[in-house]
Ligand binder design. Structure first.
Ligand SMILES: [Zn+2]
Length: 312
């Protein structure tokens, strides 16, 4: 059966636990942080045979006297977890800082891992690694008596209530794996961008073409020389009236007066052209029979005369 006696040690009043098995009287002090003479006396009064030293962590007020105690009883030191080695190596310096007596430096003989067990006589303690207060902090749990030596780990309750969220009929078999749904690559945005680009190109082209057309419309057309226009009009004439109109327009377009034109060409030509045109337009009997083609050829003599005059 587990027996426990609390001995507050050091000026930090750290609760050092003197623990023993009352069947074998084997025991120890958990976390002998200091005041070793006082601990030694209490252990002797209870008639305890010290078989090991137990440490929960490496702080100065918990572990300082462990080396001296282990040396005094010729026992080994168990705990804490290896991660507190740096604290234990720094104990002499920490002790000087807090004016502790010069205790024997030490390195634990057995580092503890969570899940391991330590024994004391007929007592068995479960080791729980509780990093936080220090990285290598361990807790010794004696399940039969529901007692734990927790060092500086703070527990709200020793028994942590755990309620399962599962219902008795819950199906615990894993859900069947579904292949991930493959989403098609979204092409539509690119299609819309392409359509927009084509529309923009079309609009730009239309604007450019309209601007060119407007510029062409506003640009002054090269004036066709009267001679050229007359030549074409004569060639296109299909009737006496059209030939007469062409001659009239030509005479009107040149700077020469009719009199001047008449002076340069045979009056019979002009007379014939104009008279035939008038007959065709206004006479109920129509033009006199004649060779339109021959008259067209002769009409061009008007140009020859005027061109020579211009050239001269
Ligand atoms: Zn501490």
């Amino acid at each position: 059966m587990l027996k426990v006696m609390i001995a507050p040690v050091t000026r930090f009043q750290q609760n050092c636990s003197i623990v023993w098995c009352d069947e074998t009287m084997e025991g120890t002090a958990v976390d002998p942080g200091g005041d070793f003479d006082m601990l030694k006396e209490a252990i002797a009064q209870q008639g305890i045979k010290v078989t090991k030293v137990l440490l929960t962590h490496g702080h100065v007020d918990h572990a300082s006297a462990a080396g001296t105690m282990a040396d005094h009883y010729r026992v080994k030191i168990e705990g804490p977890h290896r991660d507190d080695l740096f604290l234990i190596e720094g104990l002499p310096g920490s002790g000087r800082k807090y004016n502790f007596p010069a205790y024997k430096p030490f390195v634990p003989d057995r580092w503890l891992e969570g899940g391991e067990q330590v024994t004391l006589g007929n007592l068995t303690f479960d080791v729980v690694h509780c990093p936080g207060h220090t990285p290598g902090h361990v807790v010794f749990v004696h399940k039969p008596s529901k007692v734990a030596f927790v060092g500086d780990v703070l527990f709200r309750n020793m028994v942590v209530p755990v309620h399962s969220v599962l219902k008795p009929r819950d199906n615990l078999s894993p859900a069947p794996l579904k292949p991930p749904r493959s989403e098609p690559y979204p092409w539509m945005p690119f299609v819309w961008i392409g359509v927009a680009a084509l529309l923009a190109i079309g609009a730009w082209t239309a604007v450019v073409l309209l601007a060119r057309r407007a510029a062409a419309a506003s640009a002054p057309k090269p004036a066709i020389p009267p001679d050229e226009r007359f030549r074409k009009a004569v060639a296109a004439a299909r009737s006496w009236a059209q030939l007469a109109d062409a001659v009239r327009e030509y005479i009107g377009a040149t700077t020469k007066t009719t009199t001047e034109v008449l002076a340069q060409t045979s009056s019979s030509l002009l007379d014939e052209v104009l008279h035939q045109g008038d007959l065709e337009k206004f006479s109920p009997w129509g033009p006199r029979p004649g060779d339109l083609r021959a008259l067209k050829m002769r009409a061009l003599e008007l140009i020859v005369e005027s061109s020579e005059e211009v050239a001269a």
